[in-house]
Write a protein that binds this ligand. Structure first.
Ligand code: GLY
Ligand code: MN
Length: 494
C-alpha cells in the first residue's frame, strides 16, 4: 500500500488495542464498537461511514464491489475486441457563479463505477481494466465543497485497477487511445479534457469513435437481483408517499402542497431525491403530460393527476394515480376512469417474456380508440386515429431503472425478458377545446404502474397503491373526515 495514499486511513487512536485476540474480538463485536479511529471519507456513504446503510464489501447499499466488477467485465464482453471505453461523470450545473444545482450522477458512470460524485473520467479496456482519472481538489475547494472522491477512493472504494489525478489525463490517455482499435465514449457527458486531445481527434477523423450508450444500455436493461431489490424499495416508498398524499389531498386540495407533501414523504422514507419534478395537475392541468407548474388550487369536483417517483441509491420509481380530492367522481369522470383502468389492467396482464412494449402499446391504442368511440369522444371515421393522438400522444410505457426513461437505446419492439422493468401508463388528455361532449372536456386521467417481467409473467411493483374506484372512494371518504379515523388510516399506510 502506498504510504502517501494511505495517509487519510486508519489514523488509529490510543484507544485501539493491539493484540491478535483483541483484534478478533473487535471484529466480532463489529461495526458498533466504540472507536475514535478516523474513518476515510470517500465523499459518499461507505460501510465505514454509514454502517446503517452499507455492509462491508458494498459500494452502493445492496450492491457489492464484485457486482461492479462483473458489470465492467460484461460491458467489455459486449464491446468489440481491443476497444477503449471512456465515460465521464455528469457535469456540475451552476445556479450562479459558485452556487451549484443539486448534482445527479450520470447513470452510465454510476453503473460502471458506483461513484456518485462529479469530476471524474472512467476509462475501461481489457488491457488496463478500470482506470479512473479523479479530481484532485485544493484545500480551498475542500473548504467549500467538503471531501470528494479522489485517487484514494478510486482505488480503495471503487476498486479501480489504476487511478490518476485528472490533470494527468492529457499525459496518460493518448497512449491508451493509441493502443485501441475502437474508441467508445459517453457522448452525453463528453468533456474537452479528452475530446480536445490530438489522439482523440485523430481517432474521430479515422472513424474509430462511436457512442457507448448502445452498449451500456444493453448491459443495464436486465436488472440483477440486487438492483431489483432497490427497485422494489423505491417503488414501495413512492406508493406509501402517494397514499399519504392522496389522503392529505382531502383537506389540502392545492397542487403545490401536494407536491411538497409527496416529496417530504419520499425523503422521510430514505429517498435521496425525486426521480423527476412531480406532476400535480388539478382539473385541465392533468391533461398537460409533464405539467410542472404545480401552482393552482384544485377546484371542488375536479380530479387531480399525480405522476411521481423517487430515487433510492440510484434506482427510480414512476407511478401515476388520478383521483377526486373531494371524494366522489362525476359520472363523466367515472366512465373515463373506468376505460383507462381497464386498459391499464389488460395491458399489465399482457406483460410477459417475449411480448414487446410496442405490442402492448398497439393493444392499448385499439382498446382506447374503441372505448372513446363508444363514448362519442372519438368520431368513428377515418380521421379518428389522428384525433386519438390529439388525446394521447404518449407510448403505453417505457423501460425503468437508473433513468426514468431507462435504456432508451433499446427499441420498444424488443421482446421483453425476465428482469426488465417497464411502466404501463395509459391515459386520456382531453383539451377543453376538443370537439367532444362538454362533460368530457378538460379531463386528464393517467394510471401508471411499474411492471417487472418475471420467468412466469410479471409482478406489479406498485401493486400496493389503490387504483379501483371503490378503493379510492373508501380511502377518501373514510370516516367522512373524522380526525381519529383519518389518523389511524394514515398510520396504517405509513
Ligand atoms: N412519469 C414520467 C414519464 O413517464 O415521462
Ligand atoms: Mn412513466
Amino acid at each position: 500500500m502506498q504510504g502517501l495514499r494511505r495517509k487519510f486511513f486508519y489514523n488509529i487512536s490510543v484507544y485501539q488495542v493491539g493484540s491478535q485476540v483483541a483484534s478478533s474480538l473487535h471484529e466480532s463485536i463489529g461495526r458498533s464498537t466504540y472507536s475514535t479511529r478516523k474513518v476515510f471519507d470517500a465523499g459518499q456513504p461507505t460501510a465505514a461511514t454509514h454502517p446503517q446503510l452499507l455492509e462491508e464489501g458494498e459500494i452502493t447499499p445492496g450492491i457489492t464491489s464484485d457486482e461492479y466488477i462483473s458489470r465492467r467485465k460484461r460491458l467489455l464482453e459486449l464491446l468489440p475486441e481491443k476497444s477503449l471505453a471512456i465515460i465521464a461523470s455528469a457535469p456540475v450545473k451552476m445556479m450562479t457563479d459558485v452556487v451549484p444545482y443539486t448534482f445527479r450522477q450520470d447513470a452510465d458512470y454510476l453503473y460502471i463505477t458506483g461513484c456518485q460524485q462529479p469530476g471524474g473520467v472512467a476509462v475501461l479496456s481489457d488491457e488496463c481494466g478500470l482506470c479512473m482519472f479523479m479530481p484532485d481538489p485544493s484545500p480551498q475547494e475542500v473548504v467549500w465543497q467538503g471531501e470528494i472522491a479522489g485517487v484514494d477512493a478510486a482505488l480503495d472504494t471503487f476498486k479501480a485497477e489504476k487511478a490518476f489525478p485528472i490533470r494527468r489525463i492529457r499525459e496518460i490517455l493518448p497512449e491508451m487511445i493509441g493502443k485501441a482499435s475502437k474508441l467508445f465514449h459517453n457522448v452525453k457527458t463528453a468533456l474537452p479534457a479528452y475530446t480536445d486531445l490530438e489522439a482523440f481527434r485523430m481517432a474521430t477523423y479515422d472513424g474509430k469513435v462511436k457512442d457507448l450508450s448502445r452498449f451500456t444500455h444493453e448491459a443495464r436493461w436486465i436488472k440483477s437481483p440486487s438492483e431489483l431489490k432497490l427497485m422494489r424499495q423505491s417503488a414501495s416508498i413512492a406508493c406509501q408517499a402517494l397514499l399519504q398524499t392522496m389522503m392529505f389531498s382531502r383537506t389540502s386540495p392545492d397542487e403545490s402542497m401536494l407536491s411538497a407533501k409527496v416529496e417530504y414523504e419520499c425523503k422521510m422514507r430514505g429517498a435521496q431525491r425525486m426521480a423527476f419534478n412531480p406532476v400535480v395537475g388539478g382539473g385541465a392541468n392533468g391533461s398537460v403530460i409533464h405539467y410542472s407548474r404545480n401552482d393552482k388550487k384544485i377546484r371542488d369536483g375536479d380530479l387531480v393527476l399525480m405522476d411521481i417517483g423517487c430515487e433510492l441509491h440510484g434506482y427510480l420509481s414512476d407511478l401515476t394515480r388520478t383521483w377526486p380530492p373531494c371524494g366522489s367522481f362525476s359520472s363523466a369522470q367515472e366512465v373515463l376512469y373506468d376505460l383507462i383502468l381497464e386498459t391499464n389492467k389488460e395491458c399489465v396482464n399482457l406483460c410477459q417474456p417475449g411480448v414487446s412494449i410496442q405490442q402492448v402499446h398497439d393493444h392499448s391504442v385499439e382498446m382506447l380508440c374503441r372505448g372513446l368511440a363508444k363514448l362519442g369522444i372519438l368520431k368513428d371515421d377515418r380521421s379518428s386515429s389522428q384525433s386519438y393522438h390529439q388525446l394521447n400522444p404518449t407510448a403505453i410505457g417505457h423501460y425503468l431503472g437508473m433513468d426514468v426513461h431507462d435504456c432508451s437505446m433499446i427499441r420498444n419492439d424488443r421482446p421483453l425478458q425476465p428482469g426488465v422493468v417497464i411502466t404501463i401508463e395509459p391515459g386520456i388528455y382531453i383539451p377543453s377545446s376538443f370537439d367532444a361532449p362538454e362533460r368530457y372536456q378538460g379531463i386528464g386521467i393517467r394510471i401508471e404502474d411499474e411492471v417487472l417481467i418475471t420467468e412466469s409473467g410479471h409482478e406489479v411493483l406498485t401493486g400496493s397503491m389503490p387504483k379501483e374506484i371503490q378503493h379510492i372512494k373508501s380511502l377518501l371518504n373514510y370516516g367522512n373526515g373524522g380526525a381519529t379515523e383519518l389518523r389511524s388510516m394514515r398510520a396504517a399506510s405509513s
